[in-house]
Design a protein around this ligand. Sequence first.
Ligand code: SF4
Ligand code: SF4
Length: 110
Amino acid sequence: MTVKVNSQRCTGCPGYVEPPCVECCPGDLLLINDQGQSEIRNAAECWDCMACIKACPNGALETQLPFMLAGLGASLRPQLYKDKIRWICKDAQGRIEEFEIPRVIESAER
Ligand code: SF4
Ligand code: SF4
């Protein structure tokens, strides 16, 4: 699996020394490309830890679930709140399910 960048939402995080997604990836897999947006340099090495997805302040990243698991177009994206994380799961037919879990560990918020 890997992450997908929403080009409508990714701002490139101007003003950051390193954008949150680039800074937090334990595999150093993300970079800012020539268009000023986040890009994964080697999708095969992404192990879906979701650190970058949760760190992005603009909700510009989501996990792409593979065809074998969920079908083309399926995705999983978290929305962070102070006290909870809302997970938005979209299946291959575009049906959306949302579920929430309490947030017990504070992650990198700016
Ligand atoms: S943190 Fe989000 S908005 Fe900023 S560069 Fe990364 S993907 Fe783009
Ligand atoms: S999901 Fe984890 S391993 Fe994959 S690009 Fe994001 S931070 Fe890196």
